[in-house]
Write a protein that binds this ligand. Structure first.
Ligand SMILES: Cc1cc2nc3c(=O)[nH]c(=O)nc-3n(C[C@H](O)[C@H](O)[C@H](O)COP(=O)(O)OP(=O)(O)OC[C@H]3O[C@@H](n4cnc5c(N)ncnc54)[C@H](O)[C@@H]3O)c2cc1C
Length: 467
């Protein structure tokens, strides 16, 4: 009866009691919904590919979501919230088996105002942006997966995206205006979080509440142009990326620098950008194209393409988003599954020479790719390199080379929220988990620290955050 092999309840009876909530119980469908994009990591692929849930529920309203949580609470079954399933670290994989709640049926755009949008958590970001465009607005930022990823998944699992070079990371003041989340109790309660309080739920990987509604910052839409420029060497492309990103006038929404060897894996750019050259991709308003081109020329580059959306579609070239963030990894993986990636910080984003020295120390199996964005108003950069995976030991050596050169690694090959970007336990998140999920049913396998604090009160857990 149990697809996961990890639970003992009667899932048919559970499904019957969930009616009229839609459920998927066919093993093939449940197994499909038990995966996300963890397979980008050969290490996570080994760890997670045989982890499955037992039943998928697809609520269409907040009341139906509450019904799913209430029943899971009654039966003591593990729960994993799932949006589009595009996370890269197995965030949405039901490691302990149990109930998967897919939110994509809760997809209404509820309200659009001047500078904000209020939506249900399962809305796809592409649909939110479509609705906003009709009012002359767009999301302040969205991930490159906007076509298939939900806003609830982005808020619970994401951090930055296209737009973060202008308006900062998702967690920065004003970007996430309000959230509603349901608790997992005998009678699920709806909690409202506003202003700074949204951080109690944001980026907690769905382990401390089921987000049902999100209010987000919007910005006026512009006539955006994608510029693709190429350079003789990576250092120059990086330096130009930093110059464009930090300029006071150009207002870029995105700037990415991609090693020429990665660009070779972008078939749709063949014949459009200089072969064998390092790429700078920038997304900015049309009125700044001439000034940007002049800056690129001055910094030794050649502008190969400058296309607004209409011209890009006519030329049959994919959106610039498909060559940035983790889409670069996807483009390479489409041709060769032995590639993987890493996430690496850059201590001094202005220091292009340090990037040059680092590249000299990294082997031929590491091809760098940088994204610029803003944190606390300052331009920062991260490296999301392609790594040709041979074994875990070599990956470790690569991580050590980065660290030895002063570039911190935010390990993309760990399936615990305390790994990766967070590095330390977030006791604030865990205190709210205790409040909203006292039985610890929500995605608990993803937090190593939860196992150590789950017996404490919410206040005792919170106190650890400041001790
Ligand atoms: C090619 C590629 C490119 C990417 N680019 C970016 C990028 O630019 N920026 C970025 O930040 N990320 C990026 N990602 C990661 C991921 O796509 C985004 O974070 C995305 O927004 C996740 O949305 P989702 O609906 O797919 O979430 P899912 O993968 O379904 O879920 C993500 C996490 O959120 C939880 N969750 C989902 N819905 C809810 C809810 N309603 N309440 C509580 N918890 C919930 C899940 O349990 C899980 O822990 C990329 C991934 C890929 C594969």
């Amino acid at each position: 009866m149990s697809i996961s092999g990890k639970t003992t309840i009667d899932w048919q009876k559970f499904a019957d009691r969930l009616a009229p909530v839609e459920v998927l119980s066919e093993p093939v469908l449940v197994k499909k919904r038990s995966r996300d994009f963890f397979w980008y990591s050969p290490i996570l692929n080994d760890e997670l590919r045989r982890c499955f849930g037992d039943l998928v529920a697809v609520p269409k309203t907040s009341a139906e979501m509450a019904q799913c949580l209430k029943l899971a609470h009654e039966y003591d079954v593990p729960i994993v919230l799932r949006g589009g399933g595009t996370g890269n670290y197995g965030q949405a994989v039901p490691v302990d088996g149990g109930l998967i709640i897919e939110t994509t049926g809760m997809k209404k755009v509820l309200e659009i105002g001047d500078g904000y949008v209020r939506v249900e958590a399962g809305a796809l970001m592409v649909d939110i942006n479509k609705a906003l465009k009709e009012t002359g607005q767009e999301m302040a930022m969205f991930p490159s997966t906007q076509d298939i990823a939900t806003i609830g998944g982005f808020v619970a699992g994401g951090s930055v995206g296209i737009g973060s070079l202008a308006t900062g990371a998702l967690r920065e003041p004003g970007n996430l205006i309000a959230l509603k989340a349901l608790s997992v109790e005998a009678e699920p309660q709806e909690y409202h979080f506003e202003g700074e309080d949204v951080l109690k739920i944001h980026h907690a990987w769905g382990l401390n509440g089921a987000i049902t509604e999100v209010t987000l910052r919007t910005v006026p839409t512009r006539n955006w142009v994608a510029i693709m420029a190429t350079f003789d060497d990576y250092r120059s492309a990086y330096a130009a990326g930093y110059a464009v990103s930090t300029s006071d006038q150009l207002e870029p929404k995105m700037a990415s620098v991609v090693d020429a060897r990665i660009v070779d894996y972008f078939p749709s750019l063949k014949g459009h950008v200089g072969a064998g050259r390092d790429l700078l991709a920038v997304y900015l308003p049309a009125e700044h194209v001439d000034a940007t081109k002049a800056m690129i020329t001055e910094l030794g580059g050649t502008t190969d393409l400058a296309l607004d959306d209409a011209a890009r579609e006519q030329a049959d070239i994919p959106h610039v988003f498909e060559f940035c963030y983790n889409h670069t990894t996807l483009q390479v993986l489409k041709s060769d599954r032995s590639a993987t990636y890493q996430q690496v910080g850059v201590s001094d984003p202005a220091d292009a020479d340090a990037i040059g020295r680092l590249r000299g120390a990294l082997g031929d199996d590491v091809w760098t790719h940088h994204e610029f964005f803003r944190l606390g108003g300052k331009v920062v950069s991260i490296d999301i390199p392609i790594i040709w995976f041979s074994n875990a030991q070599r990956l470790d050596e690569i991580n050590q080379t980065y660290e030895a050169h002063g570039f911190p690694v935010y390990d993309a090959h760990i399936n615990k929220v305390e790994g990766g970007g967070l590095h330390n336990a977030n006791y604030g998140h865990l205190a709210w988990k205790k409040r909203l999920d006292p039985k610890g049913l929500l995605n608990s396998a993803k937090s190593a620290a939860w196992q150590q604090v789950k017996h404490l009160s919410a206040e005792e857990i919170e106190a650890k955050a400041v001790s």
